[in-house]
Write a protein that binds this ligand. Structure first.
Ligand SMILES: [Fe+2]
Ligand SMILES: [Fe+2]
Length: 196
């Protein structure tokens, strides 16, 4: 019984032409869309910050947008190398207006949490069908998401610690530019391999 079930799974997961099930390919393409949306979202935020004079935050967000694009391309390569077809996503409905710098970083945290859930769903799926190669590939994203959550939370802490009055907002902008240093710092419970 177990053997025939296992053989069936093996047949579905890896064939002579592909190493991904159609379902897994669909989920990875959905993740491509999400990474592309992250990149576009952060680019839009960067532009707003630039326009408003938050130049350090703008630089940080331009970099972050590019990193999200690299995440997307990582999945492109993985799908195509496994015999699937990575699809250029259609991205629309990206907001261009934001109320404040604080709102931007609140939205980043919410967005990153939703990306974490999405990655976790695909990891769970891959484990359940014994696609351990894709499960392994996704571990990089699991670690990355933890770092992204830490970074966004740290950003919001800065608003509480410094306060927005007087030169506070200017100081917060300066500090936001150093966020990557914060997550790259090794230490107890801290981060890890320096990949942001
Ligand atoms: Fe990402
Ligand atoms: Fe992200």
């Amino acid at each position: 019984m177990y053997n025939s079930k296992y053989q069936e799974m093996k047949k579905q997961t890896v064939t002579k032409t592909r190493s991904l099930t159609i379902e897994t390919e669909k989920k990875l393409n959905a993740q491509i869309l999400l990474e592309g949306q992250s990149s576009a979202y952060y680019l839009s935020m960067a532009s707003w910050c630039d326009k408003e004079g938050y130049s350090t935050s703008a630089e940080f967000l331009y970099r972050h947008s590019e990193e999200e694009r690299q995440h997307m391309l990582k999945i492109f390569g993985y799908i195509n190398n496994a015999g699937g077809h990575a699809l250029q996503p259609v991205i629309d409905n990206i907001p261009h207006q934001f109320k404040s710098l604080h709102e931007i970083f609140e939205q980043i945290l919410e967005h990153e949490i939703s990306v974490t859930y999405s990655i976790n769903d695909i990891v769970d799926h891959c484990f359940s069908i014994r696609d351990f190669a894709t499960f392994h590939f996704l571990q990089w994203f699991v670690t990355e998401q933890r770092e992204e959550e830490t970074l966004a939370r740290r950003a919001l802490e800065l608003f509480d610690l410094i306060g927005e009055d007087g030169v506070g907002l200017w100081t917060i902008d300066q500090e936001l530019g150093k966020l990557e240093n914060f997550v790259q710092k090794p230490g107890p419970g801290g981060v890890t391999d320096g990949v942001v």
